[in-house]
Design a protein. Sequence first.
Length: 106
Amino acid sequence: MIANTPKPPYYAVIFTNLQTTDLKGYGEMAEKMQQLAACRDGFLGIESAREGLGITVSYWRDEASILAWKADVEHQIAQKLGKEKRYASYKTRVCKVERDYGFPVA
């Protein structure tokens, strides 16, 4: 589903990854992180796709909200597990969204 974001500016965190074969519990952890993020102040939405390469884009009101989510204890545990077992490689990019447009207009 395409996230319904507010009028810019806002921020996007783009998390791109390649998984390892050790995926036991991965789906549950990913779902839990998505639910936790959605409860954070400043969270605006999320989009995710996987077909070999995984891409998750989360949208945030401001950089302070992103930093607070990065520092969340449960999120840090998931990040550590991801580095140690789940991901062969990953890249995180933080961007300021200056404009957006699409079809159909919501």
